[in-house]
Write a protein that binds this ligand. Structure first.
Ligand code: ADP
Length: 251
């Protein structure tokens, strides 16, 4: 059963080794229900590995993970975790040969959205994201920003409590990035969905994230709310704090 209190994600002493490479080296953190939490770190820090473990795609070497009260180590609870999470991976994962509507429809079947709700849910969500008119166009005709928008609503179709976004705005133009961050904040505020994200855009992270963990070489170097992170590094911007904490400011 779920032992919710206010921590929707609990990670304790998590380790992941790929052969000789320790990608995640004994990290612990918790995420409050309703938070916008940013996991920040340079390439190779271990962010994607941690996300794959959280979403039960990858088995950890050791450590304990609870999502929405369910234990990732318990086989029977894994599907409950998958239900609780919507995930948008860094790489595009839509079927290029299908229309936007078809992509969403197949996903809603796969994730067991009740049949009587599917059409209306997809229509509402396509409208929310401004793509209803493009629903019958095939994905390969879409811009990168349009694809990202479809991926975001696809991640939300099955009513998850948590949305995980790995680099949601990389490679997109300023207008699309602005639109997406606004939309992510709206989902958080209006639908009370907990957001867990990674981004290399620290200016944008500073605008949206309430709590932050800075990770490098598989270890968490600092965590806390935005103000605490900036205070720790004694700087006024998250970007400066990030560079200071990861030691890159001196290199
Ligand atoms: P990030 O998402 O922060 O860029 P990753 O989690 O992708 O970091 O990678 C963390 C470390 O683990 C890196 O050193 C990377 O090369 C290594 N790594 C990631 N995936 C694999 C894999 N499948 N096999 C071996 N090493 C991997």
């Amino acid at each position: 059963m779920s032992d919710k209190n206010s921590k929707i994600i609990k990670v304790e002493d998590l380790v992941k080794k790929y052969g000789d490479v320790t990608a995640v080296n004994n990290i612990s953190f918790t995420i409050d229900e309703g938070d916008i939490f940013a996991f920040l770190g340079p390439n190779g820090a271990g962010k994607s590995t941690a996300i794959k473990i959280l979403t039960t795609v990858l088995q950890p070497t050791s450590g304990r993970i609870k999502v929405d009260g369910y234990d990732a180590a318990v086989e029977k609870e894994k599907h409950k975790i998958r239900k609780a999470i919507g995930v948008i991976f860094q790489d595009h994962t839509l079927d290029n040969e299908l229309t936007a509507y078809e992509n969403l429809y197949y996903h809603s079947v796969l994730y067991k959205v009740p049949k009587e709700e599917r059409k209306e849910r997809i229509e509402t969500m396509l409208n929310n994201i401004g793509l209803w008119k493009s629903r019958n166009n095939i994905i390969k005709t879409f811009s990168g920003g349009m694809k990202r928008r479809v991926e975001i609503i696809r991640g939300l179709l099955h009513y998850p409590k948590i949305l995980i976004l790995d680099e949601p705005t990389s490679g997109l133009d300023a207008q699309t990035r602005y639109f997406l961050w606004n939309h992510i904040q709206k989902i958080n505020q209006e639908d009370k969905i907990t957001i867990f994200l990674t981004t290399h855009n620290l200016e944008e992270a500073e605008k949206v994230a309430r709590n932050i963990a800075i990770i490098d070489n598989g270890q968490i170097l600092a965590s806390g709310n935005l103000e605490q992170i900036k205070e720790k590094a004694n700087t006024a911007s998250l970007e400066k704090a990030f560079l200071e904490i990861t030691g890159y400011a001196l290199r």
